[in-house]
Design a protein around this ligand. Sequence first.
Ligand code: ATP
Ligand code: MG
Length: 237
Amino acid sequence: MTYTRKDTDDRKTVEGILDGLAVKTIEKLKQKGAFSELIGILKEGKESVIILVTDDKDKKIILKVFKITASNFKNMQKYIKGDRRFAKTKPTKRAIVYTWCRKEYANLLRMHDCGVSAPKPHAFLDNMLVMDYIGDEDLAPQLKNADIDNPEKMRDMIIGQYEKIYKKAGMVHGDLSQYNILVFEGEPIIIDVGQGVLKEQPNANEFLLRDIKNICAYFRKLGVECDDEDVKKRIMN
Ligand SMILES: Nc1ncnc2c1ncn2[C@@H]1O[C@H](COP(=O)(O)OP(=O)(O)OP(=O)(O)O)[C@@H](O)[C@H]1O
Ligand SMILES: [Mg+2]
């Protein structure tokens, strides 16, 4: 199958958005075989650029590039500190963003291995992460924009996913909201897991309660019952 620029945002080119070093890192990833063809930019956010690429079988995959200068690295430190997996990170902006990328890779892998519905990570290098593409012809919508037939069932499926994150992977997501859940074939897929921390991390409980608050507030707005305390019990017990 041939993908056209129509699938992506024509107005933005990789060269126009990323600096020379980033373009070189993308080339290195390609040389290593992490992807085959670069199709184009899907989304540009404050802190990352989401690029559509293909694998050697011409299947769509995602290259997530973490911006260095625009990164909120002070905030990132909060989610790295106290995590035994990343204790050796130097306190420079670039080093922190590289660790952040490696952390999202490690978190995705851990969640994926524990049966959480999350994109499977393929590779990472410096500030770039390659992972499964969620969608078909079109990118899967964020929960906030998805048509949901049965919101009660969606709520329960999301809580079920969080139970796996907590009980099986031993983690807390740290930034769960209607923006970081995609809906594909009627099921929630958890994304953007760079903030995720191990549940022993000193702030883990605070992050878990915030995640629950976000999700319940979202469902209550849809008129769906969602009690923070009940959800907390279900996830933690
Ligand atoms: N694997 C994926 N498959 C399909 N779409 C994806 C994937 N990863 C990211 N996206 C899309 O890109 C958006 C941004 O990705 P993500 O949430 O991981 O980055 P972010 O850190 O929130 O970026 P920013 O802070 O720059 O907005 C997602 O909301 C989703 O629409
Ligand atoms: Mg996000």
